[in-house]
Design a protein. Structure first.
Length: 229
């Protein structure tokens, strides 16, 4: 069994190998659609919320659907990082009723958008994350773990030489480390742990999406076009 992997790509760079999720679309200050100049065709169009959505969003919605048709994208991916509002929730519900959409899971209640999830071991265990994944149509944001957690470590004086360990509970590596705020735990991935975690999730997922530069750093995007078990 294998999953398609979509690489998020800025419009200024050459298309990535495999499936492309092209970004550069967002709402302008006046509520119209801002688009990258002369965008190439792509498998997905990525629309972000760096600017607030207008109250009257129907013209924006129409322009976004036209842009999707012009680049022949199958999906619109919503890269929304703001807290949901009545306007943004209505926007996602309306858009997902008109074309295939993937969005952060908080936007996916009572609409047709497919949930886009990202694992964060600083806030939950891997098993808890797996239990949250719907049985169908779930997308995974493949993001390497790299987090520092303040944690009381009495009697421990971590240094750069402190060894790292793999956690079965978190499905990533960890090590004691010093920071400006004192001792902490560093949660991090290797190429092997990143892929292994994704492979465990394959039966529960519809697709995977990740930033091309992050996956390049892990030597993933250059040659691997799908993740399989």
């Amino acid at each position: 069994m294998s999953l398609p992997v979509y690489f998020v790509q800025p419009p200024s760079l050459p298309p990535p190998p495999g499936k492309c999720a092209l970004c550069g679309w967002f709402a302008a200050q006046d509520g119209t659609l801002t688009a990258p100049p002369e965008p190439e065709s792509a498998d997905c169009l990525v629309f972000d919320d760096r600017k607030s959505l207008p109250q009257q969003f129907e013209p924006l919605l129409k322009a976004l659907l036209t842009a999707r048709e012009e680049i022949k994208a199958q999906y619109i991916i919503l890269d929304f990082e703001r807290q949901p509002s009545p306007i943004s929730l209505s926007f996602v519900k309306r858009l997902s009723g008109l074309c295939p959409v993937a969005a952060p899971e908080v936007y996916c209640n009572a609409c047709d958008a497919e949930p886009l999830l990202c694992y964060c071991p600083a806030t939950e265990t891997f098993d808890a994350f797996r239990q949250r994944i719907p049985r169908i149509n779930a997308w995974l944001e493949l993001r390497p773990v790299d987090e520092l957690i303040s944690y009381p470590l009495p009697g421990v004086q971590p240094s750069d030489a402190t060894p790292g360990f793999f956690s079965d509970v978190l499905q990533c590596h960890y090590k004691a480390q010093s920071s400006c705020d004192g001792p902490c735990l560093h949660l991090y991935d290797t190429q092997e742990s990143l892929l292994h975690r994704a492979q465990i999730l394959v039966p529960q997922l519809k697709a995977v999406i990740g930033l091309r530069n992050e996956l390049n750093d892990f030597a993933i995007s250059g040659s691997i076009q799908d993740i399989s078990v």
